[in-house]
Structures are given as structure tokens and as C-alpha cells.
Design a protein around this ligand. Sequence first.
Ligand SMILES: Cc1cc2nc3c(=O)[nH]c(=O)nc-3n(C[C@H](O)[C@H](O)[C@H](O)COP(=O)(O)O)c2cc1C
Length: 465
Amino acid sequence: MTLPNRIVVPAMVTRLSGEDGFVNRDITDRYVRFAKGGAGLVVLEAMAVHRSKSGPLLRICDDEFVPALRELRKKMKDAGPGCVAPQIIHFLKISRSGWRQKVEDLSIDDIRAIVENYAAAAVRRADAGYDGVELHMAHAYTLSSFLSRMNKRRDDYGGSLDRRLRLPVEVTQAVRRAVGESFPVGVRFDGEECIKGGYTVDESRLIALRLVQAGVDYVSVSAGGKFEDAQPREGEPLYPYTGYSGERCMPGKTYPPAANLYIAAGIKAFLRGQGVITPVVATGKISTPELAERILAEGSADLIGMARPILCDPDWPRKVHAGRFDKVIRCCYANVCKAKDERFQTVSCFLWPKGSIQAPESDDQVAPQWPEQTANLTADGSKGRIDLRWNAAEDNEGVYGYDIWRALGQGEFERIDAVPAPVTAYHDTTAVAGLEYRYYVQAYDQAGNRTPASEVVTAAVSNQT
Ligand SMILES: Cc1cc2nc3c(=O)[nH]c(=O)nc-3n(C[C@H](O)[C@H](O)[C@H](O)COP(=O)(O)O)c2cc1C
């Protein structure tokens, strides 16, 4: 599989499918948009290899799902040069009562069925014209739960690391046998469970090695997303991204850029030390071309996964390729997409226009302007934080949002957040007294055209109450 660039859109469920599991028009629109955006590899959202009941989720558990999947691949091919690989998933049962099936509950026949389901689903992927298939072994799902240190089975499928690996290795080998030697098979798994007593990179680098030996062609490293620390909600099934491990899976505003990079880098270094050249995908709050380039140049990863940044602006790769990062609508990691997924609602972006189920598209070239060339930006540090206010910008197609930029003292400006229009205020609750901050704001439209930077204001948090 030859990718046109090193950008990967990792799997992101859309909740756009019905419970029937078929590809529909909205899902097609979402992925055609990703394809058009120019990412090297788009991994289609997790699709079930079995019939078990779930909320809205795509399925590949029967040949009847193949024609619509084939049609989707065709449309994506017409839209862009990237490769496409669906992610395939097996999950255990959960109920609203809080009960959930555990790996310890599965019989040997159940385990055999999982192997067969994965192999059959992988063949359907190949039949539907995809460039590869990705085995979902991450987060709270069946294969990840086998890999987990929480796997307490007492037979050949649990206990020691080698036994925890047994089913994932069997699945990989069965898929490899079913699709043949030359069909690309990737794996996504947790490089760190991010739960108490869970495994870390010490074990996950061995997991990666074993899965490569079993036949995977790339290793996509995720983190967390477990049931063990999920927060129960009355009358709702347990959702695995509600605890600390869920936050580590989709690190929000409070996490630094590339928050999980050390995990992918640790795995890659180990694989290379073993003479294994299998590509490693790093994901998690990587959103600027500079950071992505640095990760590649330093050799910490071979491919850059970007989920939320590309949900926010599917044209990220195309714009950056054209040297126009300044036109990218930038994710602010508010995690509204995560919250929607949690509630089985259509996954959309906080920064999209209200009610939209797809990212807006515009070829407009006219940049928004500040009225009378000034944003009248003001900053007030009297409330234990810094409150910014400015005048609304004007645009021929309507202002879409505002980026907030901040510098500490005389340091460099960093874009710290964004707000959707028509909001024209921002509370910086992370500023502290004793330091001086400088701010400016910049308005953008749906095409990513931006106003000049507003005037710079200087502010400090006053520590008087
Ligand atoms: C709404 C949403 C749905 C997701 N669905 C999946 C999924 O189906 N499979 C998967 O492996 N990861 C899934 N993820 C995790 C992302 O692939 C990615 O690892 C995570 O968002 C961190 O990357 P980012 O910082 O680039 O967004 C999902 C993330 C989000 C926000």
C-alpha cells in the first residue's frame, strides 16, 4: 500500500448510521469529504464483525453489507488519492443495568467464533475494494480486553502476557490466511491502558512485536478508553470513555500537544531495536504541521494520526500541502464530538455551524475584516482570570469563529483556543497572577480566510479580591 502522504485519519465513529449497520448517504458524505481533504490513509469507523446488538454502528458481519461498502470506496476513490481501510471490531455485550460481559464469560466455542468472524469480515473488506483492513484491538472491545492485564481467564487465553496475546495472535493469523500475503492488514491497540493495574509500554512493545510476527503491516497506537474506570450513569449502559482512561484516549484541552507520543515512540524504538521496520502511527493532540514534521524528523513515529483536527477541518491535509496552514480551521479539543459519541448522537464538531452534520465547505477568497480596522480588543484581569472582549468582525459569507492567541511575557504567541461566532468574548482561566500575558484574536470564515491579527493587548491577573 503506497500512501500519498503520512497523514492518517484514524477511525472515528460518526453515529450517522442507523442500527441496521448499512452505509447511508450521510456516512458517504462524511468520508467522501475526508477523501477529498487529501489524507494519505482514511480508516473507516469501527464496523462490527458480528450481529450483536449495539447503538448506531456500521456492520460487516454479512455479505449483504458489501455492495454499499463497495460503492462508498468507489466514491472515495473519485474524490481523492488516499488509501482507505475499514476498522473491524468485535465487542462484548453490555446492558443498561450496568452488567457487562467479560472475557472470562466466553466459552472456547465463543472464542472460535470471534476468530472466524474477523477472518470473514476481512475477506469482505477485500471484496469491497478496500486497500487494507484494520483490526480493532484497542479500548474496551473484545480483543483489547483479552490483551488487558484485567483479563483474568484461567485457561490458555488469560493470565500471562503470552496467554493474553493468544486470541489477538490467532485472529491476526486467521485474517492473514484469509486475505492472503499481499493484502495490507493493520492493527490498532492500546499502547497504554491508562487504568490502575493496566499495562504500559513495557508490555505493549512486546504486544506490537508479536502482532507483527503474526502478520500485521502497520501498528496504530492508541491509549485508554476502558470500562474499568468508566463512570456509571443511571439507566445508561456503561460507556468506556467517561473515565480518566477515556480522557487519555481523546486528550482534551487540559493535555499538552502530542500527549501520547511517548507511547508510540517507545513502541517504535523497541521494534526497530528488534530489526522490525513495520510503520507505527502516533495519534493524540497532534494538530500542527510543525509538530507533525518534528515527530517524523525525530523518528518517533512513521505516520501521524489526526482524528479531531480532520473532523474539524477535513481539508487540513490539502491546505497544508498547499502551504496554507493559515487557512485551516483548527480543532480546540473541546471534546463535544466525544460527548456526542458518548450519547449515541451524531458526531459533529463544536466549531461547525449549529445543527450541521458535516463540516462546511467554501471556496470563498474574501477574508473577514475588523470594522474600521479595529477589533477593540480589551482584557480584564480583575476576576482571577483574564476576560477578553472584542468587536464582531464582518465577512461576505459570515464570520465562522475566532482564534485566541496568547504569549507569555515577551515570548512567542501560541494559539490557545477558539470560539465559534457569534461569541466575541473569552475567559482565560489558565492565566495566573505574577505573570504578564499578551493576547490577540483573529476572525476566520468557513474557508479559513482570516482577518489580520487584532491589536495586541497586555494583561495580568490581579491578585486582589
Ligand atoms: C468521536 C470519536 C469517535 C472515535 N471512534 C473511534 C473508533 O471507532 N475507533 C478507534 O480506534 N478510535 C476511535 N476514536 C479515537 C480516535 O481515533 C483518536 O485516537 C483520538 O481522537 C485521539 O486523536 P486526536 O487527538 O487526533 O483526535 C474516536 C475519537 C472520537 C473523538
